[in-house]
Write a protein that binds this ligand. Structure first.
Ligand code: AMP
Length: 249
């Protein structure tokens, strides 16, 4: 069996985001970039399935500018076998990304596509679902446990009411929750070895799909600053303030 795993390069989750003064976006120059966190879980699960002997090959794919390749290298350093970098100059919306991934799926013919549940930069939570719809494959989103069987997968999903267990037939699309596993760190020897693993290059606009964006971003702004808190002397004063000033009780 073969897994295709999608990894996106985003601003590192520890970075304090700075909005551009003209409201056209956020600063990315000299900002630390990393793999989108749930994509690390997607890679970890793919590698674990390979280590279990049920999966023969893990292929990591990214779509983005030249430096997005680092994201694929990182996946290769923790156990993916080879990579694909689909070059794109600028941001592509989830629909365009899903169309590109569909092309890669048609070429690679994987049994499963693993993605993160959501990218922390655009917070869309759409790509996996759109890809599954376009492929007409079953989808298991927000997965926090994956058990691979012969022709299907049993998946535990994180939903509002708690946990839901479903079974999906292969081939299928799986989007991964942060609770799925604990992503490993790449060791130095494995980082060195990953440099020799192949990364195939493609160009997004040569794939014959319409990747033009349909959503126009009007403005990006900082969230309102939080007002300073106050200290109360005792519980009676707290209750009085909640009742008479905040009027929440
Ligand atoms: P989104 O729908 O934008 O929240 O993204 C959901 C998931 O789709 C991410 O966690 C990634 O696994 C995948 N994805 C989105 N954009 C890209 C990209 N440019 N390259 C590779 N994978 C992507």
């Amino acid at each position: 069996m073969k897994i295709l795993v999608a990894v996106k390069r985003v601003i590192d989750y520890n970075v304090q985001i700075r909005v551009k003064e003209d409201g056209t976006g956020v600063h990315t120059d000299n900002v630390k970039m990393s793999t989108n966190p749930p994509d690390d879980n997607a890679v970890e699960e793919s590698v674990k399935l390979k280590e279990s002997g049920k999966v023969k090959e893990v292929v990591a794919v990214t779509i983005g500018e030249e430096k997005a390749q680092e994201t694929v290298r990182k996946a290769l350093a923790v156990g993916a076998d080879r990579g694909i970098h689909v070059k794109a100059e600028s941001y592509i919306e989830p629909l365009g990304i899903a169309k590109i991934l569909k092309k890669v799926v048609e070429k690679e013919k994987p049994d499963m596509v693993f993605l993160g549940k959501q990218a922390i930069d655009d917070d869309c939570n759409q790509t996996g679902q759109m890809l599954a719809a376009m492929l007409n494959w079953p989808q298991a989103t927000f997965s926090s446990k994956v058990v691979l069987k012969d022709k299907s997968m049993e998946i535990v999903r994180e939903i509002d009411e708690g946990l839901e267990t479903i079974e999906v037939n292969l081939p299928s699309v799986v989007t991964c929750d942060l609770r799925l596993n604990e992503p490993r760190y790449a060791s130095l020897p494995n980082i060195m070895k990953a440099k020799k693993k192949p990364i195939e290059q493609m160009v997004a606009k040569d794939l014959g799909v319409d990747i033009s964006n349909r959503v126009q971003q009007l403005k990006v702004e900082e969230p309102p600053k939080r007002k300073a808190g106050i200290k109360v002397a005792n519980v009676a004063e707290l209750v009085s303030k909640l009742k008479n000033e905040a009027k929440v009780i």
